[in-house]
Design a protein around this ligand. Structure first.
Ligand SMILES: [Zn+2]
Length: 537
């Protein structure tokens, strides 16, 4: 039996060893026309119905809907390649050399910005004195890969008006060296405010030339298609990133589907015009706010104490209660979806407190990361229609660190995919790329096994089966941007976005799921990536 409307020409029929439609069915084949699924059913029936259709047989493959990363920073991954990418630096000298090369070509007084810094991969400590070796004329800023901390040189401290640690803004912190003076390290709002200052104020971020940005974005998109991703939601977009995406769309090179969360200081609740944009390739999906610190970095705001990296036992609050309540209320009143970064249970409770004070506007707000939860918080989220977007791969990547920071009991409700699903919540799949890999199958493996890098079981009660984990990265992520009606399933009327995998992730050994190869990736029925043919040698 087939289902769907008649569509005789330009139709393509796809069949594979196994097709997971993610609507509870496993059809033998599906037909695609005008970028959408028009029928599903038996191959012979579809061939009868569409005699002129081209058939694509992938006999060894598993096909499922394309993966959707509901929270990542893909534009930052591109822009850090345009700025100075220090992610590959193995030594402090490398960091200095890469930045000094850029400083030589940068007019005096302009910022030199390095991104993707990871202090664990270099051989020593970087502070203001290290960066003074780059330049004493240029302010220099190096952003840590977590995006929660950055370090500046002495010229940078001067340019930002920071002389003493007491000069930090609320929600930010300046770290002190052994002499008590700022050592150059800036936490949270101490660097985020000048980086994302809002409309009409100059940012210290230099985006580079648009042509260079577009080339870098093409590269990043090719990499994410190679991982089977067909959609993502960019979780911090300012006018710089939006201009990049619009340029990519206008030149026909925006191959994935992109949702944008506007950083709140750039979003005007009263500006209706841009919100009418509802294309299926590029759209604004909401406003982003940040309430607390990081999960694996140990700065999130928790109810019970833990050995926080801030030196304050319960972590860090970024926006104060009054500012958060005011801003959130304005966007809620205007009917905008707000996506609030809240990792710790105390921060999550503050988001829910605010939502519960406000009359419903029929919008499903999101809690980004939503890492440390309790059964009561999940019940409140269900009542308020909130959608959590937890980290997919973090237990696999950082499970050992999470145990150290939060202890085994709390770890049973960290990245709590099973508890969220059992509470009846739609759950989005997300990586926070480029902070970590955006390989969705690595995240599926982590959700299925809950095994850390050392092989330790972390929060084993939260394990879910592979099909459920795939549904998080397809249907769940579509719900997180309000697009479940057109994405996340291979059902009639849905966009024909899908991925062909070399092995069946339902039956492969769970600790190998992350290694399963992507054969090809399709957006709107068009192939956007194909695995290179294996050489005969
Ligand atoms: Zn993020």
């Amino acid at each position: 039996m087939t289902t769907g409307v008649e569509h005789p020409s330009g139709t393509r029929v796809f069949t594979a060893r196994r097709i997971l439609a993610m609507d509870g069915t496993e059809p033998e084949a599906f037909a695609v026309a005008d970028g959408r699924v028009v029928a599903t059913g038996a191959l012979a029936a579809l061939a009868d119905r569409y005699p002129r259709a081209t058939t694509f047989g992938l006999p060894g493959a598993l096909i499922c809907p394309g993966f959707n990363d509901a929270h990542c920073h893909t534009s930052q991954a591109a822009l850090q390649r345009v700025r100075v990418d220090v992610g590959g630096a193995a030594s402090v000298d490398d960091v200095v050399r890469l930045l000094a090369r850029r400083a030589r070509h940068t007019p005096t007084g302009r910022w030199v910005v390095g991104q993707d810094f990871d202090e664990h991969t270099v051989d020593g400590r970087v502070d203001r004195h290290t960066l003074d070796r780059v330049s004493t004329d240029h302010p220099v800023l190096v952003i840590e890969h977590t995006f929660h901390r950055a370090v500046v040189n002495s010229a940078g401290l001067r340019a930002l008006g920071y002389q003493r640690t007491e000069d930090a803004p609320p929600g930010g912190q300046l770290l002190a060296g052994s002499d008590g003076a700022p050592d150059g390290w800036l936490l949270e709002r101490a660097w985020l405010d000048p980086w994302l200052p809002g409309n009409g104020r100059p940012s210290i971020a230099d985006p580079g030339a648009i042509a260079d940005q577009l080339l870098a974005l093409d590269e990043v998109h090719e990499e994410l298609h190679a991982l089977g991703l067909t959609s993502y939601c960019d979780a911090i977009v300012t006018p710089v990133e939006e201009e990049l995406y619009r340029a990519a769309l206008a030149s026909g090179r925006l191959t994935p589907r992109v949702g944008m969360l506007q950083w709140h200081s750039y979003a005007d609740p009263n500006d209706r015009s841009p919100w009418a944009d509802d294309g299926d390739r590029l759209r604004r999906v909401g406003v982003k706010m940040m309430l607390d610190g990081a999960l694996s970095g140990g700065t999130c705001l928790c109810h019970d104490p833990y050995p926080s990296a801030t030196g304050r036992d319960n972590g860090l609050q970024i926006l104060d209660d009054q500012e958060f309540a005011g801003r959130f209320g304005e966007f809620h009143e205007a009917g905008r979806r707000v996506a609030v970064h809240a990792n710790g249970d105390a921060a999550i409770a503050k988001v829910l407190d605010r939502i519960e004070q406000l009359p419903s506007r029929g919008v499903r707000h999101r809690i980004e990361h939503c890492s440390v939860v309790t059964p009561e918080l999940l019940r409140r989220m269900r009542r308020s229609g909130v959608i959590p977007v937890p980290f997919g791969p973090f237990v696999g990547l950082f499970g050992d660190r999470l145990l150290e920071l939060y202890g085994p009991d709390r770890a049973e409700l960290i990245c709590a995919h099973r508890a969220m699903l059992e509470a009846g919540l739609p759950v989005g799949g997300s990586s926070d790329y480029p902070i970590v890999s955006n390989n969705p199958l690595l995240a599926v493996q982590s959700m299925v096994t809950r095994r850390s890098a050392s092989g330790t079981l972390v929060g084993g009660s939260q394990r879910i089966d592979p099909l459920t984990a795939l549904s998080v990265y397809t249907k769940g992520s579509a719900a997180a941007t309000g697009e479940e009606h057109r994405k996340g399933q291979l059902a009639v009327g849905q966009l024909a976005d899908f991925v062909a995998l070399e092995e069946d992730v339902m039956t492969v050994e769970p600790d190998r799921i992350g290694e399963v190869r992507v054969l090809s990736t399709w957006v709107g029925g068009e192939c956007v990536w194909q695995a290179p043919a294996e050489s005969g040698e």
